[in-house]
Design a protein around this ligand. Structure first.
Ligand code: 5RP
Length: 228
């Protein structure tokens, strides 16, 4: 599948998921190229159909895009609930465990997700896998002592790499943290790995999203389909 085909599937999933947002809702808006299509469609509905909803965003990027359409965005601490959050994912398996953080927004994404009544992921079909782990697992670490954390990961065989930008500088998250990607190949015991990572001092959060999604909308050449 080339990029244009993949984008078409992402767009179809985003447009399908936008139908879940109704007047008066408080909606979490994820991050990434698939969510961009979702926000484009929500922006269209706001401008052409008068849809009125309030958004809570998982990154500054998404906030800027949404506000550009006139979508009202509020701070997560200023809402008493989030009706639904729609986000992308990098991989999802048959147990609906996923990897997120390819766009370095995993921390805010996880905070928004755990505070949402319903979580929906939108993915193209290439992201539905038997076993997660081919996609490098992002881990958000604080800059201080990141080299020590990386050494610990190396010793455990996690094959870590510090994520760098085009200029060779560490990619910074919206919290000014670094991202370390673990090249694991496959993750057979995600729960155990999640426990190990979150108990490593210096790790802020990891991109394993386990038992956190209620519905997955897959962009498929035959049309968007729902997995749960
Ligand atoms: C950002 C994420 C994204 O949702 C994930 O990387 C999917 O991105 P895309 O829709 O661009 O493939 O977790 O941190």
């Amino acid at each position: 599948m080339d990029k244009a085909q993949q984008d078409a599937l992402k767009k179809a999933a985003g447009i399908e998921a936008a139908k879940l947002i109704q007047d008066g809702m408080i909606a979490g808006l994820g991050t990434g190229s698939t969510v961009r299509f979702l926000v484009d469609e929500l922006g269209r509905r706001v401008q052409e159909e008068g849809l009125k909803f309030t958004g809570v965003t998982t990154s500054r990027r998404t906030q800027e895009q949404a506000e550009g359409y006139g979508i009202k965005i509020v701070n997560i601490d200023d809402v008493d609930h989030i009706d639904i959050t729609i986000d992308g994912a990098d991989e999802v398996d048959k147990n609906f465990n996923g990897i997120k953080g390819g766009g370095a927004a995993l921390l805010w994404e996880k905070i928004v997700a755990i505070n949402s009544n319903k979580v929906v992921w939108i993915v193209d079909q290439s992201k539905v896998v038997d076993t997660i782990g081919k996609f490098p697992l992002p881990v958000e670490v604080i800059p201080f002592g990141n080299g020590q954390v990386i050494r610990k990961f190396e010793a455990k065989g996690y094959k870590p790499t510090l994520r760098l930008d085009a200029a060779g500088k560490p990619v910074l998250t919206d919290e000014n943290d670094y991202v370390v990607d673990l090249h694991l190949g496959r993750i057979d015991h995600p729960q155990e790995l999640a426990e190990d990572l979150i108990h490593t001092v210096g790790v802020v959060e990891h991109g394993l999203f386990l038992n956190m999604v209620d519905q997955v909308i897959v962009g498929d050449p035959a049309g968007p389909r729902t997995l749960i």
